[in-house]
Design a protein around this ligand. Structure first.
Ligand code: IPE
Ligand code: IPE
Ligand code: MG
Length: 242
């Protein structure tokens, strides 16, 4: 079996799920679960950077999450602001570039300001892209790409995989090779629908706050042991080096 280092995903995408249930099981509040989840996200970012994963996308807030109780939504936004303020110098130090996948105009003013500030301050960082899927919906991203092509006057013949991909938030970044979802749910919840056409998936029952470096290693080992055939036979894929 090949180890994770020899077949590391270039782009790892994570659905960080299970903060609420983790907390409830411990008799804590959902907010405390989100706090623990944020601490874990910070550790994961550093670990991925150390491993040499070039692109990390974290599902941080979906468009559907607006439907949660207002207090929870506000708490999540405060957490994101705190995370960004606390982590800015460490992101720069680790040479990590922050990007946001999602429309920022619906966020509170201070949150928008902090996001823009961190995006600007890290725009020259090149060792890893940290993408926060924030106010994100895979379907909306696809519709947005259609609208952008139409606005540019692109005709039917101009609509290709390349021109379409260039209008997505992931422009310039490889498609996710591995998508991890924690906490036992086996669904993709509107995440990176176009980009994950050939992603490998890894589902684990471990809730997000407990998904530590050892759990990440397990996911990476599982990924490294897979053969990605892209429709070919096993023998053909082997010849192609997949
Ligand atoms: C993931 O944990 C964080 C967000 C979706 C913002 P959840 O809050 O969904 O946790 P569960 O699924 O309720 O346990
Ligand atoms: C997906 O988790 C969104 C994020 C992790 C930010 P949810 O907990 O919102 O997804 P569902 O409701 O279980 O599909
Ligand atoms: Mg959930």
């Amino acid at each position: 079996m090949t180890g994770p280092v020899s077949a590391l995903p270039r782009h790892l995408a994570v659905i960080m799920d299970g903060n609420g249930r983790w907390a409830e099981r411990k008799g804590l509040t959902r907010s405390e679960g989100h706090d623990a989840g944020t601490r874990n996200a910070k550790a994961l970012v550093t670990r991925c950077r150390e491993l040499g994963i070039g692109h990390l996308t974290l599902y941080t807030f979906s468009t559907e999450n607006w439907g949660r109780p207002k207090d929870e939504v506000n708490f999540l936004f405060d957490l994101i602001v705190r995370f960004l303020n606390n982590e800015l110098s460490s992101l720069v130090e680790q040479d990590i570039r922050l990007r946001v996948f999602g429309a920022m105009d619906q966020f509170p003013f201070t949150m928008r300001q902090v996001l823009k500030h961190v995006i600007k301050k890290t725009e020259k960082c090149a060792s890893m892209s940290l993408n926060l899927a924030l106010n994100y919906s895979g379907r909306e991203e696809i519709l947005r790409a259609c609208r952008r092509l139409m606005e540019r006057g692109v005709g039917p013949k101009g609509v290709t995989e390349e021109s379409f991909s260039a209008e997505l938030y992931t422009v310039g970044q490889p498609d996710p090779d591995l998508v991890i979802r924690t906490s036992g749910e086996v669904r993709i919840s509107n995440y990176l629908l176009w980009q994950s056409a050939y992603a490998e998936y890894y589902f684990t029952d471990v809730p997000w706050p407990d998904f530590d470096a050892a759990e990440l290693d397990k996911a990476l080992e599982s990924y490294a042991a897979r053969q990605r055939r892209y429709g070919l036979t096993g023998a053909q894929a082997e010849e192609a080096g997949n």
